[in-house]
Design a protein around this ligand. Structure first.
Ligand code: GAL
Length: 638
């Protein structure tokens, strides 16, 4: 498949006279795709039922005539002001009970039935009008589900829908819910599903079973909202349907949304993410301020490749400084090219830059585009042109199965958030630290979802932090060719968030290890390991007859193995996780390649891609890579 580039365009922001020239310049820069429409509702329907789609017809025509393919976005993340008059209770409500009102975007509650109908109505208008339009080559549902913390809403609509959801889960049996949640504790027993409120505004913490159920429900609401749009589009168009996910947003199960879509896309803002989402220390933030974290983008590329069942794009690529992070530096020259090539190395079909021209008005005035607000070229278009020329000449990136898989489970992320047991502990953080260790050792990685039962072709599978594990996942993992590393916190809760008691966790079929006690650690009290590094943050006491592979300096087992089954009872620092990766690689004969600081490697079936994320040249086994350098070569050249 030919890899392609694109951009995000807002014809409604610019005079119609310049559309054709914009389109010509996009094409000239080597772009294939242009995404439009996703925020345009107030111009398409300025007052209820007064449809003004003529301008959008012309915009699609102009772009298509210029040779561009259109991704058409549904405008449901930005309902116009009149919608609030029609549905005054459509807004989401925050944990403090405050209404999240009009004046920016994403001001709707996923559970509001009236708004769901409005979303279906506008989607149907789009689908009927453009379903057969040959320029519309892909669709996007809504925009960034979960952006601005919008999955979870404590509205009246959410409460009613949650009660109905629970009633279905427990087949109408309130005593079953009381028993499953342990509501005898603190006399929390309910007499009817209608008694159950949302788990906010309680005096102290609500029951974790209640919280976890509410998070599962909230995720299901996103899945249902998305599915409603997809079904309508499908009825009128055979073009693929996508959604643009985000970095480190885990409030809904992306795999389940992805089940209804042909393509997963995500919005990659490497510099924007660095401070708030990556969680790096200040020194690292300074070192990578103009490049972004060397592993954060790659992790999402790999994760969304799994969410997209192999088909995925970057729908929004940072083109220069953004406007929304604590600090907003410019990328080093070369980074826009590096980020683009990195996406292709991980299998992206397309990379689209956000946005075409910088907007001189409203919230994102200081967000760079490919063009400046006066239409003069900005740095990003220069690098995009280089990328377009390079991908046209280079061989096709071949699909590739990595030697190592990580099982990624959104439900586990909610479980850790529901009961972290210590500050700064998160499932995503644990997975990210392990992912980083694999990458520091030159390993390419696949993510797989927790419903996966076929692990064929992997040498090593990591299943960290899966607080609940389905019995058949346990049996499947006990029986595969790969070596499997579980823990910490594996199978620590049953499906309803209780500790299984007989036997105690993790109760894995082929591994005699029991977690007899656990502790969480202050960041300034690491526990030294005997070989290298430390256990940090989260540490379990392990009992059992399995062989000890790693231990603390005082001799407490930390990693235990029985044949191919391995349990790790700690969150570790970089040296600790490096030791774990190296220990496991040796057991399965997986060759490692130690990466110099800031340098990363991604393999495909036929090539190696090297990336230098550091701000200075670095010597590597493929030669000196300049700052922000990216190099690809045939594997046979090794
Ligand atoms: C994304 C969003 C875009 C734009 C961009 C700015 O999260 O989808 O609409 O706001 O951020 O960086």
């Amino acid at each position: 498949m030919q890899r392609t580039l694109g951009t995000c365009y807002y014809p409604e922001h610019w005079p119609e006279e310049i559309w054709a020239d914009d389109a010509r310049r996009m094409k000239e820069a080597g772009l294939t795709w242009v995404r439009i429409g996703e925020f345009a509702w107030s111009r398409l329907e300025p007052t209820p039922d007064d449809l003004r789609f003529d301008w959008l017809d012309r915009a699609i025509e102009v772009l298509g005539q210029a040779g561009l393919k259109v991704v058409l976005g549904m405008p449901t993340a930005t309902p116009p002001r009149w919608m609030a008059d029609r549905h005054p209770d459509m807004f989401a409500v925050d944990v403090e009970g405050r209404v999240r009102g009009f004046g920016s975007r994403r001001h709707y509650c996923f559970s509001h039935k009236g708004y769901l109908e409005e979303s279906k109505r506008i989607t149907r208008i789009f689908a009927e009008r453009y379903g057969q339009n040959s320029y519309v080559a892909a669709w996007q549902t809504d925009n960034e589900y979960g952006c601005h913390d919008t999955v979870i809403s404590y509205s009246a609509a959410a409460k009613t829908a949650f009660q109905i959801w629970l009633k279905a889960q427990f087949v109408g049996d309130i005593d079953a819910l009381n028993a499953a949640w342990g509501n005898v504790f603190w006399s929390m027993e309910y007499r009817a599903f209608e008694d159950i409120a949302l788990p906010n505004l309680t005096v102290t913490e609500p029951n974790p079973a209640h919280v976890q159920a509410f998070r599962r429900f909230s995720s299901d609401q996103v899945v249902a909202f998305n599915r409603a749009q997809v079904e309508i589009i499908r009825a009128h168009s055979s073009a693929p349907v996508s959604h643009n996910y985000m970095g480190r947003i885990t409030d809904f199960d992306h795999f389940k949304v992805g089940d209804d879509l042909e393509i997963a896309t995500w919005d990659s803002y490497p510099l924007g993410f660095l401070e708030d989402r990556v969680g790096a220390d200040v020194e690292t933030q300074r070192a990578y301020a103009r490049q972004g974290d060397p592993d954060f983008q790659a992790l999402h590329h790999d994760l969304y490749r799994a969410v997209g069942k192999g088909r995925w794009w970057v729908m929004e690529q940072q083109p220069g400084p953004v406007n929304w992070a604590p600090y907003n530096p410019s990328p080093l020259d070369g980074m826009v090219r590096l980020w683009s090539l990195e996406a292709f190395a991980h299998g992206a079909e397309a990379v689209c830059y956000f946005r075409w021209r910088q907007a001189p008005f409203a919230q994102e005035q200081l967000h760079a585009g490919m063009l400046r607000p006066d239409g003069v070229e900005a740095r990003a278009i220069v690098e995009a042109r280089e990328v377009a020329a390079e991908i046209a000449k280079a061989p096709e990136v071949q699909p590739y199965q990595a030697p190592v898989a990580i099982v990624f489970d959104y439900d586990a992320d909610w479980a850790w958030a529901t009961q972290p047991q210590g500050q700064g502990l998160s499932y995503f953080g644990l997975v990210f630290d392990l992912y980083r260790a694999l990458r520091r050792n030159g390993v390419s990685i696949d993510f797989v979802r927790p419903e996966t039962r076929d692990f064929n072709g992997y040498q090593l599978v990591f299943a960290p932090g899966l607080m609940h594990m389905a019995d058949d996942l346990k049996t499947a993992l006990a029986d595969i060719d790969a070596h499997v590393v579980y823990g910490p916190r594996s199978a620590a809760r049953d499906a309803q968030f209780n500790i299984p008691t007989t036997p105690l966790p993790p109760a894995l079929p082929q591994l005699d290890v029991t977690v007899s006690r656990l502790e969480t650690l202050r960041p300034d009290m690491p526990v030294a390991l005997d070989k290298a590094g430390h256990a940090i943050l989260y540490l379990e006491e392990l009992e059992g007859t399995a062989e000890v592979l790693m231990q603390t300096q005082s001799g407490a087992p930390v990693v235990m193995a029985e044949g191919k089954q391995v349990y790790c009872g700690a969150w570790m620092d970089a040296d600790g996780f490096d030791t774990l990766v190296q220990t496991m690689a040796a057991r399965v004969d997986l060759p490692l390649r130690s990466m110099p600081e800031g340098v990363r490697l991604r393999e495909t079936a036929t090539e190696e891609f090297w990336f230098n994320y550091s701000a200075h040249p670095v010597g590597t086994e493929v030669g000196v890579l300049p700052a922000a350098g990216a190099l690809r070569r045939e594997k046979s050249a090794r």
